[in-house]
Design a protein around this ligand. Sequence first.
Ligand SMILES: [Zn+2]
Length: 355
Amino acid sequence: MAKTAVLKSDLFLGHDPGIAHVENPSRLEVIYDGLKSLTGLDNLLFPAPEPATRADLLRVHTAEHVDRIAATAGKPYDFLDSDTATSANSNAAACLAAGAVIDAARLVAAGSAANAFALVRPPGHHAERGYAKGFCLFNNVAVAAAFALRELGLKRILIIDWDLHHGNGTQNSFYQTDQVLYFSTHMYPYYPGSGALQEQGSGRGEGYNVNVPLSGGMNDLAYASIFNEVLAPIARQYEPEMIMVSAGYDIYYGDPLGTMAVTEVGFAYLTKVVKDLAAELCSGRLLLTLEGGYNLTGLRDGVLASLGELAGMAESAETAAKMAALTEAGFGRPGGLAADSLATLRRAYSPHWRI
Ligand SMILES: [Zn+2]
């Protein structure tokens, strides 16, 4: 039976945006350490990732941007935007991060991995075509989706982004195409400012950009409501050939950057929903890539919970019972979102989707 591929590398620890930056190497160190404690390691494989090529990056980014990031190589410090900086090895880490997500797509498409999790940094979903933004240098998931369209011949890719923040760069990369459906849940209004309900795509892409803007305080039940009653029906209507997840763990209840209230049970559940959708719709072809997550305990436990689901490891009886309760979560049901939030989403998306 094919295993879950975990893409990891110590080179990702070489990107250092400076002392006291929340997006620092310790984020991956705690995850990599946590992997050692996982039971069921037999279900995982650890292929060494390869860096993205210039051609891979140019499917999403401008040559000027690729050159700008390359020019940071070897410099102890460079400054790209108000909260995005680089160190000597950042370009190497960023190229490898984008390449690792490409590798994940390739392995999953070939069936040599059951699914995959790219445990990378820097994260990617804020990076725009022509500039770095919000801790992100290259848009890893967008580069992988563009690769899968062009090199693997796929025609429909669903990108699910459950990071606290809206993935402006990913939205903009595919705003005018129906070959990528971008689905994002995020705190709104909040950084980076985009992600309104009205941003639904344009031209051939109209309807293929689905934003679910949320106030703070959303817990496991609230997210389960959205995944059960909004994401799942849209995914079934879209019939993707591969699912990619921008997995952000900054919706954890103790995250310093946000006020969401998701626990590791919630992360296991969200992963289970997308895994089940992938099994139903696209032969299980699913990859996750790490975006945010700044509470180190929540980040580690959330990632390990997701990985456990991907690899089919048994949950504890307590977690399994809590997850079973989340399958019942819905709008207007106890603990779920208010029924009128569903009505608002339904109204906004009725020209394109039945939800
Ligand atoms: Zn984030």
